[in-house]
Design a protein around this ligand. Structure first.
Ligand code: NDP
Length: 331
């Protein structure tokens, strides 16, 4: 059995040196427990925050202990009446090939309804984040312009498609021409901006959004956020969902220097944490599931093979190597 532990805390960009692979005995399920084998492991940008020794909405990872994230696993042995051998579950689990659990916090998932990997992407936290961020804070209205950054990623690609389902004009920001093509051809976005090939984001956004921006779904923070705010219309809404451009920063940069922009335009800007809305998860999953079933929504996954590839897949998120949800398949 193998597990991956946090060896030391990254400074700046995470690297393989921050992780340690540890051989452990394969555990046995005691009375009331199940033995799980990991199948799909989610790697997510927010895990970078948990590697800092800092107070947040979720406690930091401890040094020399296994890292955890959302995992889809198979029940290979059960001494718990709520689970039987062969069930598939999803939940917050440790980066281990085999582990035991008392079942708390785990959901049994339906393999017939959607492929297993979907439960950590489109029907998991990232899909739910896209749906609830728009629903709770964006409050999109028909005909409005929706701008989204991190647009070719797991959350962003779903955000844009929901915008189209709500009859909005949708513009995405992502880091390559190939990703921009995917936004338009696969996800039905109206336009896209490759921020790596743009000198002046403020002007590029103005060109792509001639009627201004009503809702900005921010996954990246930093300078792109500043440029988006400059293009907001009166009563515009900014959803602060993520700030990946700052996750590896050693110091937080100043800004955004909003001066009087928020006042003049009556803008609202609100931080969003999906974990604040647990009670809305079933409704979100139901809606996403229906859209999926009726081919109203598409999703993309980058599936990397091999348990040992988990740390590298996580590191690659910061280089934009994923298209859609980054997932590791445990061989
Ligand atoms: P993604 O699938 O979007 O993967 C991350 C992407 O970020 C990369 O593919 C890359 O794409 C882009 N990126 C990396 N570095 C930068 C940078 N410096 N500037 C701009 N873009 C960059 O991840 P998720 O969909 O899982 O998450 C998206 C965001 O949403 C994250 O910020 C995450 O923390 C946040 N989030 C927040 C939640 C909440 O409850 N608030 C819940 C879930 C996610 P590219 O090629 O375009 O650069």
């Amino acid at each position: 059995n193998n597990s991956i532990i946090l060896k030391n805390r990254p400074e700046g960009k995470p690297s393989m040196d921050n992780f340690h692979f540890k051989e452990t005995e394969k555990p046995a399920a005691e009375e009331g427990e199940i033995l799980l084998k990991a199948i799909y492991v989610s790697v997510d940008p927010y895990l970078r925050g948990r590697m800092r020794d800092e107070k947040s909405y979720i406690p930091p990872f401890k040094l020399d202990e296994p890292i955890s994230s959302m995992i889809v696993a198979e029940v290979v042995e059960s001494n718990n009446d709520n689970f039987k051998q062969g069930d598939f579950v999803s939940g917050m689990l440790e980066w281990k090939i085999f582990q035991t659990s008392n079942g708390e916090g785990l959901n049994i998932i339906d393999k017939e309804l959607a492929p297993l990997s979907a439960y950590i992407g489109i029907l998991g936290l990232t899909g739910i984040t896209a749906y609830l961020g728009l629903e709770k804070i964006g409050k999109l209205k028909k005909g409005e312009t929706l701008l989204v950054s991190g647009a070719a990623g797991a959350v962003g690609s779903v955000v844009g498609q929901i915008g189209k389902l709500k009859s909005c004009k949708v513009v995405g920001i992502a880091g390559s021409d190939e990703k921009i093509r995917t936004l338009q051809q696969k996800f039905n976005f109206d336009a896209g901006i490759n921020y790596k090939d743009t000198e002046d984001m403020e002007t590029s956004i103005a060109k792509a959004c001639p009627d201004g921006v009503n809702v900005y779904f921010d996954n990246v923070g930093g300078e792109i956020l500043d440029a988006a705010i400059a293009n907001m219309n009166k009563y515009g809404r900014v959803i602060n969902c993520g700030a990946i451009s700052l996750y590896n920063a050693k110091e937080q940069p100043a800004g955004p220097r909003l001066e009087t922009t928020l006042i003049k335009k009556s803008l609202s800007m609100q931080g969003f944490t999906v974990r604040d809305y647990f009670e809305d998860f079933p409704a979100a999953i139901k809606q996403l599931g229906e859209w999926l079933k009726n081919d109203k929504i598409e999703y993309e996954e980058t599936i990397v093979e091999g348990f040992n590839q988990i740390p590298q897949a996580f590191i690659d998120l910061f280089e934009g190597k994923n298209k859609g949800k980054m997932i590791v398949k445990v061989a």
